[in-house]
Structures are given as C-alpha cells and as structure tokens.
Ligand binder design. Structure first.
Ligand code: FDA
Ligand code: NAP
Length: 432
C-alpha cells in the first residue's frame, strides 16, 4: 500500500498478527467510522506477507481455543469476518459441523486469518518494521507520534499518527547462555531450520521443554525422521496436562479481565498460582496420548528411538567444529551429563511482549508501578505524564494488569473493540 508521509493517521498499528487484524476489523465496523469522516488506520508488519507462527504449523496440530474465539465473534457475532463466514465462503460449513470439533487445525485457522487479512490490503504495509516511536521533529505536525518504519531494503520512512497500537507478539526465550545457530533452534524458527537441514544428517536430535511446543516438535521429529533417535529433555517427571476444563477455562472469559484488573496484588498472585496450568508448561491431552502411544509401541517392538530424559534441564550447549553437545542437569540424581546431537530444538517458551525498545525516549513519559511494570488503564492505554497526549495502546504485554488472556486469542475480539472505542472517543473531531 502507499503510505502518505504528509498525513497524520488516527491509528498506526505496529505488528499485524491476529490482535491488530482484529483491531483493523473493529475499526472498519465501528459505527462512527463513516465514509464522510473515515477513521484513518494503517498497519505495519515486518514479515513479507501475513503469517501466524508459521514455523510451528506442523501437520495436524490443532488450535487451543474454540473457533468461536475468532477475530470478531465475541464483539460482533454478525460480523462478516467470523470463522463461520469463512467456512461458509470456503464451502466447508456442513463438513466442519459434521466433525463436531471446536478446535480446528492451526493450518485451517491460518487460512481463515489469511482470508480475513486479504480485505485490508489497502491498510497494511508488509515487509515494514517499525524501529522507533518518538515525538515529531521540530517542523513535524503537532499532537501526534512519529514512527520510523524500515522496509526490506533498509530504507527508513517516517509516518505520523495520533495513536499507536503496539502488538508485536511474544519474544522467543532460549535457556540462559544458549545462543541460536544452524544446529541450535528455538521452536519459533523450527520448520524453517528443519527444512533447511539435511534430514539424513539428523540422526540424533534433542528437544528441550515440557510445554506444548516441545511436545509437538518431539512428535513431529519422531514421525518425520524414522532413522533418528529423539531425546526429549523434560524438566518435570512427565508432561503435565493443559487444564481446559469448563470451570478453569472461565479464567479466559471477558469478565475475568475485570476481575483480574481490579483485584488486589494478592488475588492476582492467586490467579497465577491456581491457573498457570491452563497455558504454561502444559500440553494438550491428545498430544500427550500420541506421544505415550509411540513410546509404548517402542517397548513392544523392543526399540528405543524415542527417549525421555525426565526431571532434566538443559544448562548449556557446547559447539566444537561440527559437533554439538548439550549439557544436561538431572534433577533426579543431581548429575551433569553431556549428549552429542546433530540438532537441538528448544521449546523453552517466550517472554511477554515488551514495547520498551520501541518506545525509546518516550519511555520516560510512561508511568510504571512499584514493580517497574508499565501502568496500563483498563482500555489498554499506557498511562503517561500529561506532556504526552497521544495514545499508546498495548495488545499483549499486559499480563501483569489484565491477566492470563493477554497473550492469547481468547479475548482479542473484545479487546480490539475496547481499544477502538477508546481511540475514537478521544479523537478531536467533536462531530463523531
Ligand atoms: P503475533 O505474535 O501473532 O503477531 C505479532 C506480529 O508483529 C508478528 O507478525 C510480527 O512479525 C510483528 N512484529 C513484531 N515486531 C514488529 C515491528 N517492530 N514492526 C512491525 N511488525 C512487527 N493462543 C491461543 O489463544 N490459541 C492458540 O491456539 C494459540 N496457538 C499458538 C501456537 C503457537 C505456536 C504459539 C507460539 C502461540 C500460540 N498462541 C495461541 C499464543 C499467541 O500469542 C496468539 O495466538 C497470537 O499469536 C497473538 O496474536 P498477536 O497478534 O498479539 O501476536
Ligand atoms: P511454555 O509453555 O512456556 O513451555 C516452556 C517449557 O520449556 C517449560 O516446560 C519449561 O519448564 C521448559 N524449559 C525452559 N527452560 C528449560 C531448560 N533450560 N531445560 C529444560 N526445559 C526448559 O512454552 P511453549 O510450549 O512454547 O508454549 C507457549 C505458548 O504457545 C502457550 O500459550 C502455548 O499454549 C502456545 N502454543 C500453542 C500451540 C498450538 O496451538 N497448537 C503450539 C505450541 C505452543 P519450566 O516451566 O520448568 O521452566
């Protein structure tokens, strides 16, 4: 799309994953966004095209939320951007219903997201990374923020907006001191690395972690590399189950955001203590059972291609020439052992979205709580000193203020609607 550098956009979205795609729809559907007075919104995405965790789109992996927690339904069940509309247009609605399953494959949900984003080609710049947000330079327009956007060729252009919505996603986390390279992978780059490697050379592969990513990679590698030994390094005694039972799942309900937001620090701690196992370091039951069946089958055949090193943590990786050795600490006997592998895939999780590097000098205008976290109002706006009148909104990175659904899809439809309401309400045009 063509960006107008002389224009001040009302909204600039940074990142165009599901959260800001949902926002783009909420803005388009907002009753105050009328042709005579359109709300101008533009989005920047650093990937060359739309992609939702493409490197973990493994065969048959399924969603971890109901298809009804799509981009819109909880905000506007009659939106034309709902998953059911997508199915209808794809001619698969009856077949989908016959399947009686709330959890489509991630491949199908990806297709849905691609279908929805295609309607926003005039508002999204792909291959465009926002590298800094600041105040306009001396001769720049007043009452807005200045975004520096770098394209794939490295050229930087400047865009101005009254409000920014930061939605740059989770940040891959490696074990301390472990660096990624062509043999040491994080799950966020998994398929790209795997497809780039010579399969025949992958005879010994380690997978690290006890969460969903690690379990899915273990299953995939076992199936894809029939000649290889797969060593799964699991920090617990065995995979723990992701609790998605109905009462526990209420922790992702819209009203849980209010309960969390207005709770005391002690109650917030209780939320985490009781319900961390709905999302972190846990695995869906079907994947656990799949892996157990494979492991058990090995015993029946008297083979041992799939090996679980339980109560074990990766403490380092040694590289010497073409050799890669993982250093493992067994919590069972407190022993350290080294294992030579051809590759190691770390499903060691993610850190929350952190906008600080983008905010640069603006950060000193952003208020923080006693633990150093950004203070964020209920409508997801970062609280700032009075000198900064522009809106900085967060989609993600608000687990400390808004609770467990912050990095998930569960609440994106409503959150986008709330942010859109807040932004439109604050626009200077009184006629809206
Ligand atoms: P997301 O990470 O999807 O998008 C952020 C975008 O910002 C990316 O496209 C990135 O390229 C872009 N970006 C980053 N920095 C930028 C910059 N400076 N300038 C421009 N663009 C920039 N949750 C759930 O509820 N149900 C599920 O089934 C799953 N499944 C799942 C699978 C896997 C493999 C992972 C790792 C995570 C999940 N999740 C999940 C959680 C996940 O956070 C969620 O599905 C969404 O990706 C959140 O959408 P966002 O748009 O917030 O982030
Ligand atoms: P995660 O749930 O945070 O799990 C990370 C795992 O790595 C934990 O078991 C952690 O153990 C372990 N770990 C960390 N450092 C380690 C070390 N040095 N040695 C051994 N183990 C180590 O991360 P994730 O599995 O990537 O999941 C992240 C999010 O993505 C979740 O929301 C998940 O649901 C989602 N996801 C969804 C799908 C899907 O939809 N199909 C697929 C993948 C991921 P400790 O907790 O003990 O540190």
């Amino acid at each position: 799309m063509r960006i107008r550098e002389d224009q001040v956009y009302e909204i600039a979205g940074i990142g165009f994953g599901p959260s800001n795609l949902s926002l783009a729809i909420a803005v388009r559907e907002h009753p105050s966004n009328i042709p005579e007075r359109p709300v101008t919104a533009v989005f920047f995405e650093r990937q060359p095209e739309f992609g939702w965790h493409r490197n973990m789109l493994l065969p048959d992996v399924t969603m971890q939320v109901s298809f009804l927690k799509d981009l819109v339904t909880f905000r506007n069940p009659v939106s034309r951007f709902g998953f059911v509309s997508y199915l209808h247009q794809a001619g698969r609605l009856p077949r989908f219903v016959n399947n009686q399953d709330f959890f489509p494959t991630r491949a199908e949900f990806h297709d849905y997201l691609e279908w929805a984003q295609a309607c926003f080609a005039d508002q999204v710049c792909y291959g465009s990374e926002v590298v800094a947000i600041g105040r306009p330079s001396g001769d720049g327009p007043a009452g807005c923020l200045r975004l520096e956007v770098r394209d794939a060729a490295g050229a930087v252009r400047v865009v101005h907006a009254r409000n920014v919505v930061i939605s740059t996603g989770l940040v891959p986390r490696m074990p301390e001191g472990v660096k990624r390279d062509d043999r040491v992978w994080h799950s966020s780059e998994f398929l790209e690395r795997f497809n780039g490697a010579d399969r025949h050379e992958l005879k010994n592969v380690a997978v690290v972690g006890g969460g969903q990513s690690a379990a899915e990679m273990t299953r995939f590698l076992y199936d894809e590399l029939p000649h290889a030994q797969i060593h799964s390094i699991v920090p617990s005694y065995g995979y723990s189950l992701a609790d998605d039972t109905p009462f526990a799942n209420r922790v992702f309900d819209p009203e849980a955001v209010d309960h969390y937001y207005f709770a005391t620090p002690q109650t917030r701690d209780d939320f985490w203590r009781c319900h961390r196992n709905t999302n972190y370091s846990v695995v869906d039951s079907d994947v656990i059972r799949d892996l157990y069946r494979r492991w058990y089958g090995e015993g029946v055949r008297n083979t041992s291609r799939l090996r679980f090193l339980n109560l074990t943590r990766l403490t380092g990786v040694k590289r010497a020439g073409s050799e890669t050795r993982v250093v493992l600490h067994s919590l069972l006997d407190d022993e350290i052992q080294e294992l030579s592998v051809d590759a190691v895939a770390c499903g060691t999780g993610y850190d929350a979205m952190d906008p600080v590097h983008l905010l640069g000098d603006l950060d000193r205008h952003c208020l923080r709580d006693d633990s150093g976290q950004l203070r964020v109002s209920r409508d997801y706006r970062v609280l700032t000193t009075p000198e900064l009148s522009c809106g900085i909104y967060l989609q993600g990175g608000t687990e400390h203020s808004h609770g467990l659904s912050s990095s998930l899809l569960s609440n994106i439809a409503l959150r986008s609607g709330e942010i859109t309401d807040s932004i439109i309400h604050g626009l200077p045009d009184p006629g809206r």
